[in-house]
Design a protein around this ligand. Sequence first.
Ligand SMILES: NC(=O)c1ccc[n+]([C@@H]2O[C@H](COP(=O)([O-])OP(=O)(O)OC[C@H]3O[C@@H](n4cnc5c(N)ncnc54)[C@H](OP(=O)(O)O)[C@@H]3O)[C@@H](O)[C@H]2O)c1
Length: 457
Amino acid sequence: MPASSTSARAERPEAVRVALLGHGNVGAAVAELLTTRTEEIAARAGVQFELAGIAVRDLRRRREAPGAADPALYTDDAKGLVERTDVDVVVELIGGLDPARTLVEAALRAGKPVVTANKMLLAQAGVELSEVASANGVDLLYEAAVGGAIPVIRPLRESLAGERVLRVMGIVNGTTNYILTRMTDDGMDYAEALAEAQELGLAERDPSSDVSGADAAAKAAILAGLAFGSDVLGTTVAREGITGIRSLDVEHAARLGYVIKLLAIAELVDDGPDVSVRVHPAMVPADHPLASVRGAFNAVFVEGESAGELMLYGRGAGGAPTASAVLGDLIDAARNLRAGAHAPAPRRHQAAVRPVDDLRSAFYISLDVVDRPGVLASVATAFGTHGVSIRAMEQDGLGTAARLVFLTHSAREGDVRATLDALAAIDTVVRVGSVLRVIGADDGAPMRVAGGHARRR
Ligand SMILES: NC(=O)c1ccc[n+]([C@@H]2O[C@H](COP(=O)([O-])OP(=O)(O)OC[C@H]3O[C@@H](n4cnc5c(N)ncnc54)[C@H](OP(=O)(O)O)[C@@H]3O)[C@@H](O)[C@H]2O)c1
């Protein structure tokens, strides 16, 4: 421990000393808040923070204001910083599994609360790390890991602790929501919208983690753990991304009164205790609150037995918004540390995760077919054979070819997959196009068709 740190601590015994691991987008924004708002935070929250040190990978990198701190604070020895006896709380903003996991675990075992925004770490090792935190009587807080600035974790863990949550449905990836919004509102195709998102810094150069649904799947696993106590690894969450969504699907959806969104869903199945956890694009009714979540914004929609429906909405990423959530956790952790308390660990129970094949949903299915008499009959037979009943159909002629779009009644996903295999085997079916689940399609309700040529069968 440097001599200067010892004397600073002696002068201000009440200060809570923070080790910041990482000084990237989020870390620099946290450093800025901690250095420029110290007195304001002390006055409002009653906690005086002091930066004890900042661990980075590359000490030679130039750190720009406003997040740049005193050069003497930087170190490339993250482990050494965590172990320092003058560090009270650790903020992990490195990301990824290694070395984040080792560092977080070392801090918790040393009795130091940890605040992290690392969804990948929590989705892979959240259960074990929460147990280590509980065993050592300290906090592991991660409000920023899902939905950036949006309070999602604390409401689920605390405000809704007595609620029987039935379903949590979130738009938790700003990149994909931005792309889908541009496709919906401005008629862009997928490639154009992705290129624009990359230009604006909303998508990575390699966007695969976002567009494949992997990022949302990690968040779905975290939400499932909080809402249902289920122990799901992010990497095992069933997922589909948005790379197959075409402009025509977006247009069809709009004509039928829907908007396409990438959803992370965790819900009770058949009234519980089994759950379903999954990520996929879905058609959301245009009047559903999630349909109005546009651009890079995020939202989490919760349905509870007593509370009914509620939605948490805001900025899901970005240095400053994410840092705001980190700071909230940091204040909580510091107060708890003083009180010798810690936040309750998430409840855990062995809820089985149902395979997606067992789930029921209404579906949108598009097919490119040869426009020839008898095609419709063979297509209808494929649906009928597997017990999937058609609720509405729309046909667009394309000269010798035609595009058929079907909306089904609620059907078992496994039966829909079998239907798709049968459809693909019909020689007049040129291509099975997009297949999307339809949210909130009540079988009894009249089909909403805003224009177009939807037909009942
Ligand atoms: N960015 C967002 O909008 C956002 C939103 C929500 C959650 N998060 C989460 O927040 C975390 C941080 O994200 P970010 O965007 O700030 O990442 P980032 O910009 O890539 O920054 C990562 C930081 O970690 C440092 N680092 C990397 N390896 C290290 C090591 N072995 N030892 C010490 N320091 C190391 C890097 O050092 P150098 O500076 O020397 O390279 C850099 O300062 C991630 O878990 C992310 O998922 C981010």
